[in-house]
Write a protein that binds this ligand. Structure first.
Ligand SMILES: NC(=O)NC(NC(N)=O)C(=O)[O-]
Length: 328
C-alpha cells in the first residue's frame, strides 16, 4: 500500500481547511491544528494563560467527558489516513484520541455540525507524546468534515488528514485547472526534488517566495529534470501556466509539455519553448485528445513556482468517482 502521508492533507489551511468549533481552547487555539507548516516550539515562553504552544491545547479536565475539535476539510475527499501529531506536548498530550467524519452539503455551522450524522473512522487509539501518531483509514466514502476527539484533554500540535480529493462536479466550471491539488491533481513522479517538492506547484494562489515551489539541484549531466502529474480527471488541455516567479538565477531555460492518454500514447502539447526567469507565462496548447497525465520537462534543471493546466474535464468520469464514494 502507498504511504498515505504522500497524499494531500485535505484539512490543511493551504487548501482552505479550517476549524469550525472546539469545545475548549483554554491554553492554545485549535486553529493551529490545520497550519501547513511543521510545528515549532520555544521553551519558557509564557503568555497570560501559560506556556505558549504551537498547537491546540485544552485545560486540565476536572469532570467527566472529553474535548473535541471540528474541522472543515479544505478539499472534500476520501480519507486514507490521519496523523495526530503531538509534537512538543510531553507532560500534557492526550493519552487517547478518536476521529469521526461526516459529509454535508454547503457551509454548515457549529450547530448543524453538532446535529450531523457522524461516522467513527478511527476508533479510540492510544497516542504517544511529542510524536507523530499515524493511523490508516479504510473507509471509501467522501467526507467534508472531521471531528478530533481527545481523551480526556491535552494538546495536539497538528491534525493531518491525508487522502484523495474528490471535487463536486456540480461546482466545477467547464474549463478549470485540472492539475490543481484542490481538485485532485497530484504529482506521481519526478526526476529530482532536492530543494522543493513538486506538489507545491499545484497548490492554490501565487507562490509566496522561492521556497514555495518545485526546485531541483544543479544538473551536472546531459539529462533534464521532469515531473509527471496525474490530472484531477481525464481532460483536453487548452492552456498551461508555467510560472517561474521568484526563480531569478535558477529558472529553467526551456520547457516541453507532453500529454499522456489512458492508453499510454504521448502527445506533444507544448514544443520546446524558452522560459524567462521570474515570469508567470501562459501558453496556448496544441489541440489534442483527452489525456490522463501530463509530463513537464524542464531544461536542463531549475525551479518552477506554479504549474496550471487549464482544460475541459470528462464530466462522466467526475460523476462516476462521486458515485463510487457513496459506499464505505
Ligand atoms: N507547562 C505546561 O505546559 N503546563 C500546562 N500547559 C500550558 N500551556 O501552560 C499544562 O498544565 O498542561
Amino acid at each position: 500500500m502507498e504511504d498515505f502521508t504522500a497524499l494531500a492533507d485535505l484539512a490543511s489551511r493551504a487548501l482552505g481547511g479550517g476549524v469550525v468549533h472546539a469545545n475548549d481552547e483554554f491554553f492554545a487555539a485549535a486553529d493551529h491544528l490545520v497550519l501547513p507548516a511543521a510545528p515549532g516550539h520555544t521553551p519558557k515562553t509564557f503568555d497570560h494563560k501559560g506556556q505558549v504552544y504551537d498547537g491546540w491545547e485544552t485545560r486540565r479536565r476536572r469532570g467527566p467527558g472529553h474535548d473535541f475539535a471540528v474541522i472543515r476539510l479544505g478539499a472534500p475527499g476520501v480519507i486514507h489516513g490521519v496523523d495526530i501529531d503531538t509534537a512538543f506536548f510531553t507532560g500534557n498530550y492526550p493519552p487517547f484520541a478518536s476521529v469521526d467524519a461526516t459529509a454535508l452539503p454547503g457551509y454548515p455551522g457549529p450547530e448543524e455540525l453538532a446535529g450531523a450524522e457522524w461516522v467513527e473512522i478511527l476508533p479510540r487509539q492510544g497516542l504517544t507524546g511529542d510524536s507523530g501518531n499515524r493511523f490508516p483509514i479504510g473507509d471509501g466514502r467522501r467526507f467534508t468534515h472531521v471531528r478530533l476527539n481527545i481523551y480526556p484533554d491535552g494538546g495536539v500540535a497538528r491534525l493531518r488528514v491525508h487522502g484523495e480529493v474528490i471535487p463536486d462536479p456540480e461546482l466545477l466550471p467547464k474549463v478549470f485547472d485540472v492539475a490543481a491539488a484542490e481538485y485532485g491533481g497530484r504529482v506521481v513522479d519526478c526526476s529530482n526534488m532536492f530543494y522543493g517538492h513538486p506538489q507545491r506547484m499545484l497548490m492554490p494562489g501565487r507562490a509566496q517566495n522561492m521556497g514555495d515551489g518545485w526546485e531541483t539541484s544543479r544538473r551536472r549531466d546531459d539529462a533534464n529534470d521532469w515531473v509527471l502529474v496525474r490530472l484531477a480527471a481525464p481532460a483536453r488541455l487548452r492552456f498551461a501556466d508555467l510560472d517561474t516567479s521568484h526563480f531569478k538565477g535558477n529558472a529553467p531555460g526551456w520547457a516541453v509539455l507532453t500529454g499522456i492518454t489512458a492508453t499510454g500514447d504521448q502527445i506533444e502539447l507544448l514544443p520546446r519553448t524558452a522560459l524567462r526567469p521570474d515570469t508567470p507565462h501562459r501558453f496556448p496548447l496544441a489541440k489534442g485528445p483527452e489525456v490522463t497525465h501530463a509530463r513537464l520537462d524542464v531544461f536542463p534543471d531549475g525551479g518552477m513556482a506554479r504549474l496550471r493546466l487549464l482544460g475541459r474535464a470528462d464530466r462522466d468520469h467526475l460523476w462516476e468517482r462521486m458515485r463510487q464514494c457513496l459506499e464505505p
